[in-house]
Design a protein around this ligand. Sequence first.
Ligand SMILES: C[S@@+](CC[C@H](N)C(=O)[O-])C[C@H]1O[C@@H](n2cnc3c(N)ncnc32)[C@H](O)[C@@H]1O
Length: 261
Amino acid sequence: MTPNTNGCLIGVSLGPGDPELLTCRAFKLLQGNYHWTYPVRKPGGDSYALDIARRAGLKPPRAHTPLVFPMTSDPTRLAKAWLTAAQAVLEILYRGEDVAFLVEGDASTYATFGHLARSVAALDATIRIETVPGVASFSAAAARLGMPLADTDEAIAILPAGYGTAQAEQLLEHFDTLVLLKIKPMLEPFIAWLCSRNLLAHAHLVEKVGMPEERIVHDVAALQGETVHYLSLLLVRNPRRTRQQPVRGCRPQPAVAGAGG
Ligand SMILES: C[S@@+](CC[C@H](N)C(=O)[O-])C[C@H]1O[C@@H](n2cnc3c(N)ncnc32)[C@H](O)[C@@H]1O
């Protein structure tokens, strides 16, 4: 059997922006012999992921390739972009070079890496693909706010805000914390919804967490009419979740009448 001399593709999570939130594993790996690739929105555009690596003191190797992933919901354009990126990565892998794809936040959480990995695997199922996990934006945001994402037996919902307020409304019954990602185009309806549900005091917007331009807004209503950055999220704590007794869990079970001990 001929040995597989192709390179390996690794999705390297870099955390949401603070270079100190890179894992040791990601840091060590990027000092190794890898061909760096990273997402940009248009040819010649900036890359958040590359910026985080640079701010961590890592120097891009001579071999590094931006991959264009346009900001669009047009499925045809997206499929074309993923295919083009996958073909470019395969070309490098077939030369026997290992490819590190730099990812802002965590590579398994709403990340371009998922699309890239699937597209590469669809073209060549023999390619080895790995993921280095990392700190997600909402974990860093909760830490900056000094609030728990979940305590004891609480439940967290992570939702792209594009699902709309009706979906969030349904989740309120079952979840203690709502994490609303991709909030930028949906901020106005969500402010109105938070206001109508009396939740404004429990909501916080975090923009570019961990980056030099980080912004934390507690008075979310004051953002009405403002355009926030794409890298923004809303964290909402829900004080009115109807709690049910867990079947098994951390909360003490009520004493059963007549049970002896
Ligand atoms: C495509 S998702 C990527 C999520 C990312 N992989 C993660 O682990 O957090 C993009 C959304 O994540 C959130 N996000 C990512 N990075 C952020 C940051 N540094 N600050 C605030 N929100 C961020 C925003 O809601 C943004 O619209």
